[in-house]
Design a protein around this ligand. Structure first.
Ligand SMILES: Cc1cc2nc3c(=O)[nH]c(=O)nc-3n(C[C@H](O)[C@H](O)[C@H](O)COP(=O)(O)OP(=O)(O)OC[C@H]3O[C@@H](n4cnc5c(N)ncnc54)[C@H](O)[C@@H]3O)c2cc1C
Length: 568
């Protein structure tokens, strides 16, 4: 731009955020010189599709390459340079230092956009340098893993049960490879609330995956035909293929050393993606975001926010007067595991507890579509909202069908600052194959509104022990349902008989509060309304036995009792 030359925009990183920025910049400014520097061999590749190539659902590796430098030149006149590793930044001279096969060069910029992404974290595990250990981040990684599968891999260990770890484990299991999934946290998919994670863990078990939670790999012993992964409880798992998926860290060392301000390795940016250095911008996995719900500062490694931020930074560079600020990502995410889908948006319980926000949680298990229409399946949902005004804070859902749509609606509601009771009023598409006249999201609004105005008082699975000590537990399911698993010392009165048997409840409660439960929380809510209007101190178990079982996880069978009864 100086001296009448066209503006030169240099982009570091040619995949999600970087390429989105470069393409938008060209659409806004036909005359800018736009150079994309990518250290790898490929640009614009489908990182998110890599696990599905390993799993054999995507069969043609060419499909992973969404664009090539040649096509980007032809369509957008972008100067895309692969094999260009940026190893230095000189903010005074406005230059980057680049290493290529043919040596080192300096490239000047008017504006520099950093989208270097994140690299796989490498925990201190002895023997991690085994050639059998691979990450799953690049096209080459996926090609290597596919080659291992085609070459007869028979035992795989996946370290880390986050999104990529789950997708890798699923990919192996689907091809008959004996797979062990190791996770240091006490549950798979740590961003999920534990009761939802348990549903995913059961699905992993159904796929034949051996899930080892609460354990860390301490060593990988190298062998001739296979390695042995040693866990901290002494378990030894043989493996011919090992995937390291224990998380990522922003790939920012070069830029931090050059003076770009970072926090725990993530680049600090303002609402337009500008860094601490003049004319230097950053987007994507390498940047720091502030959780809009809890205020926690952390990087968010998701493709949507990276792509959108890339576009918005191009706006900020080329037409700053009308550039939209980049909203802080809610971390809306989704993953498929076998027949299940798990999705989440906003804050989870752990984050809310840590932030000290006073919140309520509701659990629901509505069908994804009309119960009378074939194929009806439950969606297991939880929704968190502020205890005082009902402001939506987070939501999660797990189920076979319809999870994506509900979480997307809830993510939209959170983004637009809705309260839980506003969900009642959402006009959502309905016909029996797709939903219910009262959609799952509307129902969440109704239950939430009842909690907010005191019509419904809830108790929670983590209060079971206290309930057993201080209250009467009243189970309002049928006798046959009760027999399949009940809380010890609970009183079983089916909800249809409750009005006639109030004296029994009064006698058994003997002045103590009544903690009601049923299968999903619907019948117990009706029973609660009966009891509370009869003068009882009562509350209804959030999500019922379904949520209690999921919360208890592997302990459910030892906590609950079963009985043989005549069906009623
Ligand atoms: C296997 C896998 C599956 C995923 N699935 C999903 C999904 O389903 N949904 C979702 O939302 N997200 C998913 N993600 C995450 C998503 O891909 C990332 O959040 C997104 O790509 C981040 O974009 P980015 O531009 O910040 O970084 P990237 O897309 O990772 O691009 C960074 C690029 O910069 C290059 N680079 C780094 N440093 C330099 C340097 N110094 N010089 C030159 N080049 C450099 C790197 O080689 C890399 O190609 C997945 C990621 C992986 C790996």
């Amino acid at each position: 731009m100086a001296n009448g030359n066209p503006r030169r925009i240099v982009v570091v990183g040619g995949v999600a955020g970087g390429m989105s920025c470069a393409a938008r910049a060209r659409r806004l400014d036909e005359f800018a010189e736009i150079i994309v520097l990518e250290r790898g061999e490929h640009v614009s590749f489908a990182n998110c599709g890599l696990p599905y190539y390993v799993g054999g659902e995507i069969t043609d590796p060419a499909k992973l390459l969404v664009q090539t430098p040649e096509r980007l030149k032809a369509a957008l006149n972008l100067d895309v340079r692969t094999g260009h590793n940026v190893v230095g930044l000189d903010p005074i001279a406005h230059e980057v230092v680049v290493e290529t096969e043919s040596g080192t060069e300096r490239i000047a910029y008017d504006d520099l956009v950093l989208s270097p992404g994140a690299s796989a974290a490498r925990p201190p595990i002895e023997g991690l340098d085994s050639p059998r250990v691979r990450t799953l981040r690049t096209v080459d990684d996926a090609l290597d893993l596919r080659e291992a599968v085609d070459g007869g891999a028979s035992r795989a260990v996946v370290l880390g049960a986050g999104f990529i770890g789950l997708e890798a484990a699923e990919a192996f299991a689907q091809q008959g490879i004996q797979t062990t999934l190791v996770e240091f946290a006490g549950q798979v998919l740590p961003p999920l609330d534990s009761e939802n994670a348990w549903l995913v863990q059961q699905e992993l078990a159904r796929l034949g995956i051996d899930v080892q939670t609460g354990k860390a790999a301490t060593a990988i012993e190298h062998g001739m035909d296979e390695d042995v992964v040693v866990l901290d409880d002494g378990t030894r798992v043989p493996a011919d293929t090992i995937v390291l998926a224990t998380g990522v860290r922003p790939d920012t060392q070069v830029f931090e050393e050059a003076g770009v301000i970072c926090e725990r390795g993530a680049i600090v940016v303002d609402e337009h993606g500008h860094t601490s250095l003049e004319n230097v911008w950053a987007v994507g996995d390498a940047t720091l975001s502030t959780d809009p719900v809890t205020g926690i500062r952390r990087p968010v490694a998701l493709a949507g926010p990276a792509n959108r931020a890339g576009r918005q930074v191009a706006d900020a560079i080329i037409r700053p007067e009308s550039a939209r600020p980049i909203p802080q990502p809610l971390g809306t995410a989704i993953v498929r595991v076998g027949d299940l889908t798990a999705a989440m948006t906003g804050a989870n319980r752990v984050a809310l507890d840590a932030s000290g926000i006073d919140y309520e949680t509701i659990h629901l298990h509505p069908n994804q579509h009309a119960g009378y229409f074939p194929g009806a399946e439950q969606i297991h949902m939880s929704v968190h909202f502020c205890a005082d005004d009902g402001l939506l804070l987070g939501a999660q859902a797990v189920g076979e069908d319809g999870v994506d749509r509900r979480i997307d609606v809830l993510a939209t509601a959170i983004r637009s600052g809705m309260n839980v009771d506003d969900l009642i009023d959402l006009d959502l598409a309905y016909a029996p194959p797709y939903g219910q006249a009262k959609d799952a999201v509307n129902l969440a609004g109704m239950v939430g509104a009842n909690v907010l105005d005191g019509t419904l008082k809830l108790w929670y699975p983590d209060q079971l022990e206290e309930a057993l000590e201080t209250a009467l537990v009243l189970d309002t399911r049928s006798r046959a349902e009760y027999a399949t698993g009940y809380v010890p010392n609970s009183l079983n009165i089916p909800h249809t008989e409750l009005r006639e048997r109030l004296d029994e409840v009064r006698e058994a409660a003997a002045g103590k509060p009544v903690r009601i439960l049923c299968q999903s929380g619907v019948r117990s809510a009706i029973a609660h309304r009966v009891l509370v209007q009869e003068g009882f101190d009562s509350s209804s178990l959030s999500g019922g036995m379904l949520s209690l079982r999921a919360f208890l996880g592997p302990q459910a069978d030892s906590v609950l009792r079963t009985a043989i009864v005549e069906a009623d």
